[in-house]
Design a protein around this ligand. Sequence first.
Ligand code: C5P
Length: 236
Amino acid sequence: MESQNRIMNSMIITIDGPAGSGKSTLAKSIADYLHYIHVDSGAIYRGYTYAVIQKIGYKENHQLFGEAFKFLSIPPEEFSLRVEFSKQKQTIFLDDQNITPFLRSRELTERIRYIADHFLYRKAVNKILKEISKLHSIVIDGRDMGTEVFPEAQFKFYIDASIEERAKRRFLEIYPQNPKITLEEIKKEIAKRDEEDKTRKIGALKIPKDSIIIDTSFLSRNMVLNLILSILNFKF
Ligand code: C5P
């Protein structure tokens, strides 16, 4: 009975947007505020990419990686990937190893597109997301959350920012660990990911019809957070 109530009462708030728009940090803050679970769908695509890399290696470059992945046609069922939540924090396990700290490297990021383009992997990720949503109220961020995966979500946001601003934010994040990186290189990488995300045959990044669109180019994190919380308070 209790689990039935939980399912009936669970809320879904989706936050979609392009790379570097700050949606994940925002989703986490909203989830913390509401005591919901923050689900980072991109991290699950990253988890599967990590699993594939463990199996076939990085290869010399991402194109060769993509060719090997296609040639070997490895199904997602081959991997034992698990998503757990502790104190509302998402952790990804591969064969019982916590792989969360290894998911954000540039080399891995370059290779995600081959996994994210694959319909079987999209199906596997979406199945995990649906299961989580049956057990918890969630704030979930990604590319196709409000359009494909949770069209029934009670609240949908689309977070955007100019490519210049997104590149600047990413640069400030990466530069301390990699002082050789240039702003121009990061801008190119983000433009490439935008192109891949928007032109993907399934699960492409689109603005959900019934979403609230926020351009964060000239807004601080706190301003965006307060804006969303005030919209939610107003609507709850
Ligand atoms: O959000 P994040 O940058 O971690 O996502 C990594 C990649 O995973 C994206 O560039 C995209 O290729 C893929 N992704 C996706 N659908 C989602 C979330 C992420 O295809 N819902």
